[in-house]
Design a protein around this ligand. Structure first.
Ligand SMILES: [Zn+2]
Length: 289
């Protein structure tokens, strides 16, 4: 993938520093730390949580073995995520009106560590990257790449790009009103909730592919990169994650689709480069793909 590190986009909100922790008194202290302080406060009768917040949140970190200061690798990743954010949004600015007659509006991307406040509740690293329709922001803790590597996915540049493009696919679904329709449909048919979620997720994969098509046409993405994207898509397939975590697979609990489905919908978008290729809702909810 061809790109040059070049600072952070104006659409990036960097909350990784200790002063920008998004209303939680700064980064550093993980949820484990907060719970620890709470327990200590209850046992001793002293308000350690209050003194933590009053002190600006600068209590020694207890959130694992990640360094408090960003590493060169993390810095590079922040710039890559920022580059992809800008490129994907520029692409949709052109494609969305062309293909759907709808104008595109920019989403923002929040970089955080451990946890931060989002329009959809507290964002936690453990949840993985996500898009919040309420504030139209993508939330990413760059520590997710370690997790992706742990479950066998590629963390090459295009693999990271696929994840960002997938989240912005959810933003496109939000602009087009698809996300809202799905939520209403889900509320009326609780039994279909997971099946509907799979369709929404596979569509976001396909929309990531539509961006990939444009990036390939412009010479940013090359044939060899696609494998990295597909590897990431396979790693985050429901069947793969379930096999990794509990050894067995239960398709009725799938919310994102299998590795094969995720790869195939990404490729559909990548090959056709058109949003019309991404109709994951065409057949009945119970039909296979
Ligand atoms: Zn998603």
């Amino acid at each position: 993938m061809d790109w040059t590190p070049g600072g952070l986009s104006s659409d990036v909100e960097d909350r990784r520093g200790s002063s920008g922790g998004g209303g939680f008194g700064g980064g550093g202290l993980g949820i484990v730390g907060i719970v620890f302080l709470l327990v200590i406060s209850l046992i001793t009768g002293r308000n350690y949580i209050g003194s933590y917040l009053a002190g600006g949140g600068h209590v020694a970190t207890s959130s694992g073995d990640r360094p408090a200061v960003e590493s060169p690798a993390e810095d590079r990743s922040a710039q890559l995520v920022s580059f992809v954010l800008d490129d994907v949004q520029k692409t949709w600015e052109q494609l969305l009106p062309e293909q759907t007659k709808q104008p595109y509006r920019h989403a923002r991307l929040v970089l955080f560590r451990d946890y931060t406040q989002s329009g959809c509740g507290v964002a936690q690293s453990q949840t993985g990257p996500f898009y919040c329709p309420a504030d139209e922001k993508v939330y990413i803790d760059l520590g997710f790449w370690d997790e992706l590597r742990r479950i066998g996915g590629s963390t090459a540049d295009f693999a990271q790009a696929y994840v960002v493009a997938h989240e912005l696919g959810h933003h496109v679904q939000n602009i087009l009103g698809i996300e809202r329709q799905m939520r209403q449909l889900s509320a009326r048919n609780p039994g279909q909730q997971n099946a509907l979620s799979v369709r929404l997720e596979l569509q976001a994969d396909c929309l990531a592919g539509v961006w990939g098509h444009s990036a390939a046409q412009r010479g940013i993405v090359h044939e060899a990169d696609v494998q990295d994207g597909l590897s990431a898509a396979a790693a985050v397939g429901d069947d793969h994650i379930q096999k990794m975590s509990r050894g067995a697979v239960s398709p009725e609990s799938f919310t994102h689709g299998t590795s094969a489905q995720r790869q195939s919908w990404f490729m559909k978008g990548f090959q056709q480069g058109d949003i019309s290729a991404c109709n994951t809702f065409q057949n009945g909810v119970n039909d296979s793909f």
